[in-house]
Design a protein around this ligand. Structure first.
Ligand code: SF4
Length: 311
């Protein structure tokens, strides 16, 4: 197997520790995400995301169902973080994102998880919903790197991120897996309680592309080691503004960018009886999304299949 080593191995442990210290200092007046709560998480205060000094982890395991170059044959070493910087009515993981299900982990414990996932053979460390725990991830990485971690870090996010925070990860994260959920701030607020999602999301995507490029570099076995994949979940009744989301991506990031178009929406959490969100996608709705992505020439990436019971 020949693939470049992860970028964080080009930094010394001292340089990584300095980056972690910069990030931890931000917890004293938390501005990690666009909410800019300003709370002192080091002193136990909690902001919108209800997160404190330590990372809370819901589960961790080898995940076989990410995109093929991410999961490969041994799986993606997925760490699911608890809490969230949004409140999606349709969240499929709401016990984790909204109810805080999970356990607090010290940086030592988080580092041990990373190393165990590597020992299991996972191709990467996949940080799911990490925005509010960037400092804790960096603290753990210092220890995990010293302990022999040598697989890429993957930042798997809703895309509601600040470039200022992403820059703490420059030269450390090799693969970004951001969502681009909406192209309309009113709907983003109504359905997910995001404030200013569109501008924040687009600025974050541009910063990620600046760091790792817009393609997806894979080794000769097809395993990704650097780049980005943008995910878009198609919602019923065009509530996710799929055509506008994809048009912006094609225009600003280029057609070589990998887009993962997702058809897996089902009503969950507060969407079950919602007048617009209370059903799955129709074939017509999803076909329209596929036609849009094809018309824009976004040929890299993946299109999920609709399940056979969706008519
Ligand atoms: S990470 Fe949490 S506390 Fe910090 S600004 Fe965002 S929502 Fe607020």
């Amino acid at each position: 197997m020949s693939r470049p080593q992860p970028s964080y191995l080009n930094l010394s442990v001292a340089e990584l520790a300095e980056r972690a210290a910069q990030a931890v200092a931000r917890l004293a007046h938390c501005d990690l995400c666009p909410r800019l709560c300003g709370v002192d998480r080091l002193a136990g205060q909690a902001g919108y995301c209800r997160s404190g000094r330590l990372a809370r982890v819901a589960s961790w395991h080898a995940h076989m169902w990410e995109e093929p170059p991410i999961s490969g044959w041994e799986g993606s070493g997925t760490i699911f973080f608890s809490n969230c910087t949004a409140r999606c009515l349709f969240c499929q993981n709401y016990p984790i994102s909204q109810m805080g299900v999970g356990e607090e982990k010290s940086s030592e414990a988080l580092a041990r998880i990373m190393l165990r996932l590597q020992r299991q053979g996972c191709h990467n460390i996949n940080l799911v919903t990490p925005t509010h725990y960037v400092p804790q991830v960096l603290e753990a990485l210092v220890l995990a790197r010293a302990g022999g971690l040598n697989i890429p870090l993957l930042y798997n996010t809703s895309g509601y991120d600040r470039p200022e925070t992403l820059r703490l990860l420059d030269g450390i994260v090799d693969i970004y897996l951001p969502d681009s959920k909406y192209a309309d701030d009113v709907e983003a607020r109504r359905l997910s309680d995001y404030v200013g999602y569109v501008a924040h999301n687009r600025a974050a995507l541009l910063e990620m592309a600046r760091q790792v490029g817009t393609g997806l570099a894979c080794d000769e076995e097809g395993i990704a080691y650097r780049g980005m994949v943008i995910r878009h979940l198609v919602l019923p009744e065009q509530l996710s503004q799929t055509a506008q989301v994809l048009a912006w991506i094609a225009a600003q990031l280029g057609r070589e960018v990998y887009v993962s178009l997702m058809a897996q929406y089902f009503p969950a959490h507060l969407a079950v009886d919602h007048p617009q969100l209370g059903r799955r996608l129709s074939v017509v709705e999803y076909d329209r999304a596929v036609q849009t992505i094809e018309a824009l020439g976004l040929d890299g990436g993946w299109r999920q299949e609709l399940e056979s019971d969706q008519a």
